[in-house]
Ligand binder design. Sequence first.
Ligand code: GDP
Length: 302
Amino acid sequence: EKKYEKTLEKTNKSFGARFNAFLANFRSVDEAFFEDLEETLIMSDVGADLAMKISEELRQEARLVNAKNTDQLRNLIIEKLVDTIDQENLVKELKLKKVGLSVILFVGVNGAGKTTTIGKLSARFKAQGKKVLLAAGDTFRAGATNQLVEWAKRSGLETVTGRDGGDPASVVFDAMQRAKNEGFDVLLIDTAGRLQNKDNLMAELAKIRKIIQRELPEAPHETLLVLDASTGQNAVSQAREFSKVTPISGIVLTKLDGSAKGGIVLSIIQSLKIPIKLVGLGEKIDDLADFDEEFFVRGLFK
Ligand code: GDP
């Protein structure tokens, strides 16, 4: 939690600093106030439609309680932001089986942080005493396999690999076989993220899913889309594109440590109705945390 707090500092500074400046300039709850509020939300990457909706709802509520001072308004805004995330009632926990093999498929564009996230998450599972296997399904990006193998070694884990440029489906097949035959608890599968060629990507992911399901009908238990928070609204459009090519069960939002605009969190949840399950807070092995909206929003205003 301490670390979470510290690494979110940048996000806090911009979002929080904007809001605190906004509230410091507060004169009265008039039309200009709500226009400024909407503007502040948009600058924090909340997204225009949602910013309008939030300020409209706050307009009603502020009138209702006859809000007069900054503390009251700050609390109203915080409550509204937490509610905005909460009301979707999305399950944030990873759906892992207590007994038997769980398969987690990772998708996302190159550079979003897939390999790094797999490295961090596999270390967490290992520490929980699970038997973990990795599959280097990104045979497209040169070096992706090596990078994954390096992460695995750090935690003393094994990786199923193929050749660079080889068929990812055969890597996934081999990994599924091994995972089943050797009694692994979790299999984490990396994939290539070429969103530029949507038809290829769709075909490749469909083939990978088919192979996984042929080996284990209920799998994958999670398909996690990895998004780079520092790309702002672009992350939202990437998520839209990806959900057209493959079903997504959860989002990993990486680089929240470097993100100047925390509002992206609200944008993603509202527009996609997909839960953010994990957040990346740095490049190190323990820079991964479960997402907690209350903590996140309150942190923005510190
Ligand atoms: P992939 O292409 O999706 O597999 O992306 P990588 O895992 O190779 O990550 C791309 C870059 O982002 C690397 O330099 C990582 O160290 C960095 N990265 C990944 N996650 C985070 C994070 O949460 N915070 C920061 N600051 N950097 C990250």
